[in-house]
Design a protein around this ligand. Sequence first.
Ligand code: HEC
Ligand code: HEC
Length: 212
Amino acid sequence: LGVVVTACGSFDLGDEKPTEIAVDAENPNWNADIRPLMALKCMNCHATPAPRHAPKGTPVIALSSEGVFKQASMLNRIWTRVYNTPGKPMPPDYATPLSTAERIALKNYLASNGVDTRPSATPTPSGGGSHGGDTGGGEPTLSVAYGQSCVGCHAADGGGKDGNPNLKGTKLTEAAYKAKVRAGGGPMPPFDAGAISDADLAADWKILKAAK
Ligand code: HEC
Ligand code: HEC
């Protein structure tokens, strides 16, 4: 099985251009360095719906959600798998490796327990941290976790696509919205708190309910 997984992975990933994030290795910060790094080198496998090239059974972990990443247990799991599991490192051997600067930046960030030691960069249009809307200015944006787990079917603004329902102006109560996401239904898989937190669901619901 290991051989098959490895062969698949290198076949697909071998076609990707090697890319890296220009990180501040000594003073990494969430928005400028770590979140884009997770998006580029980790969420290419750990997202849901599972990316086409992700090995079968890849666990869904919302690593570019600030709330998920900064949990103490998650900081430990990442540390263990990236720096301390020589036989089965993350990213796996067959995937695009972290550059030296990226390895140092991530290590420093984990060592600081996910505390930003330099002021946050301007959030990107898709939202800074978990909720771009909280940081003031501009339109409120849906959570980063929404961007990882839901856009594929419900579109970036919640408008729906490919026959999947429009969530804008939702008539669901907050509780019903959360329950639907946790339970799934039809082609929609269930999502647990590791994929999208209750706080993110509550914030997204508020934005969607008000959206036209
Ligand atoms: C090419 C696909 C791929 C990439 C890229 C990748 N992973 Fe994984 N990851 C997997 C698979 C498959 C597993 C499950 C098998 C295993 O544990 O080795 C896994 C398991 C894990 C686990 C252990 C599962 C758990 O719940 O604790 C962690 C933590 C993890 N990955 C973190 C990362 C981080 C951080 C990155 C980026 C630096 C990353 N992964 C990049 C495929 C990938
Ligand atoms: C694979 C496609 C897919 C993904 C991914 C997906 N959904 Fe859905 N979603 C659907 C479909 C299809 C339905 C209608 C299913 C049903 O009615 O049981 C639905 C229904 C819903 C509903 C109920 C809408 C209503 O008015 O009844 C909500 C709320 C929802 N999705 C939110 C989410 C959120 C939040 C995420 C991400 C965490 C997500 N969905 C991810 C396909 C998807």
